[in-house]
Design a protein around this ligand. Structure first.
Ligand code: PGA
Length: 247
């Protein structure tokens, strides 16, 4: 099953009008491979700024979060319905920074995922274990628990891309090895296929955590690594090298 290679750029709470414009212009002027899907996630205030400047047909824009209600008295929250209304196609949900800093539970993330999908958005669903969980040998168990919450409420996974992002690898410069990522991605896919059958073959599973222009090529040839979710390096020109890493 050929799954289209996918590279996401998570800018987190970084950037300014000028810096985001130059990131987008850098992408515009690059000759990007036509067979790689690219999604950039600027901070919410810059979503339209990024979308407006983007000229690349293979590049789309994602929000970094949204809530599980369409509207109402939820001061400060972002509505999935509003994102859809304004033409934003993607949202990242379940990022470990949301899970850890903002105490989002598996159930809330599952509910947001369902609501975002029902609202017509596509979801980059992040999962992954902490260092303590890794040391305790619980990597796959944690990933399964996080996925199970979503499996409980979502049966159609065609608009979900999974990002396996071990927390210990995020922003540390210490990426998982390509072999380890492949093994965990394979376990994740096997788990998914017991739940959703052959659909699991077409779900893309990205690796995230200290991906760089240098190490992206190491993941070539890993059958279940269908792309990357990139944080720090997505703010730099090397993001283009990551997008081109399968060439
Ligand atoms: P990093 O972040 O690439 O800076 O490690 C990845 C992420 O948080 O998505």
């Amino acid at each position: 099953m050929a799954r289209q290679f996918f590279v996401g750029g998570n800018f987190k709470m970084n950037g300014s009008k000028d810096s985001i414009q130059s990131i987008v212009q850098n992408l515009n002027s690059a000759s990007l491979p036509s067979n790689v899907q690219v999604v950039i996630a600027p901070p919410a205030p810059y979503l339209f700024w990024a979308a407006e400047h983007n000229k690349q047909p293979t590049v789309e824009v994602a929000a970094q979060n949204c809530y599980d209600k369409a509207s109402g008295a939820y001061t400060g929250e972002v509505s999935a319905v509003a994102l859809k209304d304004l033409g934003i196609p993607w949202v990242i949900l379940g990022h470990s920074e949301r899970r850890i800093i903002f105490k989002e539970s598996d159930e809330l993330i599952a509910s947001k995922t369902k609501f975002a999908l029902d609202s017509g958005l596509k979801v980059i669903l992040c999962i992954g274990e902490t260092l303590e969980e890794k040391k305790a040998g619980k990597t796959v168990e944690v990933c399964k628990r996080q996925l199970q919450a979503v499996l409980d409420v979502v049966s159609d996974w065609s608009n979900i891309v999974i990002a396996y992002e071990p927390v210990w690898a995020i922003g540390t410069g210490l990426a998982a090895t390509a072999d380890d990522a492949q093994e965990i991605h394979k376990d994740i896919r096997n788990f998914l296929s017991t739940a959703i059958g052959s659909q699991a073959e077409s779900v893309r599973i990205l690796y995230g955590g200290s991906v760089s222009g240098k190490n992206a090529k190491d993941f070539r040839g890993k059958d279940d690594v269908d792309g990357f979710l990139v944080g720090g390096a997505s703010l730099k020109p090397e993001f283009v090298d990551i997008i081109k890493s399968r060439e």
